[in-house]
Design a binder for this molecule. Sequence first.
Ligand SMILES: *[C@@H]1O[C@H](CO)[C@@H](O)[C@H](O)[C@H]1NC(C)=O
Ligand SMILES: *[C@@H]1O[C@H](CO)[C@@H](O)[C@H](O)[C@H]1NC(C)=O
Ligand SMILES: *[C@@H]1O[C@H](CO)[C@@H](O)[C@H](O)[C@H]1NC(C)=O
Ligand SMILES: *[C@@H]1O[C@H](CO)[C@@H](O)[C@H](O)[C@H]1NC(C)=O
Length: 279
Amino acid sequence: MTYPKFLRTVLLFAAASRLTSALSFTVANGQIYTPGLAILNSPQPGTPLGGELIEVSLDVSTNGRLPLPPYPEDSPSKIHNITIFLYSYTTGRNFTISNGTASANDASLGEIMLQEPGSTVKHVKWIWPDCLVGDGQPTELDSDRGAYNISIRQSFRLNGEDHYTIFDVPISVTNRIEERFERPSCDALKNPLLSPEAIRASADFDVPALFAPGDSTVLETSESTGNGGDGLGPTRPGAGSGQGLGAGSGQGLGSGASSILGERMTWGLGLGIVAALLI
Ligand SMILES: *[C@@H]1O[C@H](CO)[C@@H](O)[C@H](O)[C@H]1NC(C)=O
Ligand SMILES: *[C@@H]1O[C@H](CO)[C@@H](O)[C@H](O)[C@H]1NC(C)=O
Ligand SMILES: *[C@@H]1O[C@H](CO)[C@@H](O)[C@H](O)[C@H]1NC(C)=O
Ligand SMILES: *[C@@H]1O[C@H](CO)[C@@H](O)[C@H](O)[C@H]1NC(C)=O
């Protein structure tokens, strides 16, 4: 049993989908933990979406443990960049939400880490492109509406090691999206759709969801000082190694971290769930 007792398993059945694969999500206090340093506030997996735009809300401070960029050069942990795509093996589409370079009229968005400077939460707002206009479930075979994944790709460094991970959040584009002259064209945002095998080969899929309540991973930042090792505590006067990695600080780092985690587990009591989404 790797999860503490208060983490419960919830099975969500996505209506009208074939039960072909099981995806599990680590959810606590309404936040979805990812294989990376960002934490997803919204949308929740399995949500029907529509409206004027889609908003993806990401905490890029690992809930206050990671400072905001610009990071100190020697920081052992940092987010290099985040890209987001919206794709579907059902419709065969793969749209750019952000690839780091904004396109005309922000049809696709610039680097997410650079938006809303000073804010630990990035609200990624992307106008639905024209081919997703409609209301309700897709009715025609060639409709582009229906099941999609928001594919959140994080390039980051964790405790001195670089990673590139992909976190897919299933949503259904079934709510009303109104026709409007200014909607970006789907064709201007489209990318080739790669096979699941090619995707698996392109990223690290052995990184688990990180930093959920009860996760004992310590986040080393250049502000870490040995009193917790994750940048949460004040600087202890006279602390030696900037990374809290020195031999002398090893002991203090362990015990400090576990008492901080102990507190968090108390706050999180009864609120954590692990949701497995069957689609
Ligand atoms: C993201 O950062 C990695 C590592 O620095 C780099 O190789 C990659 O080109 C960057 N991608 C984007 C879209 O900026
Ligand atoms: C969403 O992503 C999962 C896992 O990456 C994949 O198995 C599933 O086919 C994707 N769904 C769609 C609609 O493409
Ligand atoms: C980013 O995405 C836009 C829209 O899909 C595309 O036109 C552009 O070529 C892409 N840029 C890079 C660097 O991939
Ligand atoms: C979607 O397109 C982007 C940009 O070309 C690519 O990096 C990504 O792997 C593609 N996703 C899928 C599922 O093919």
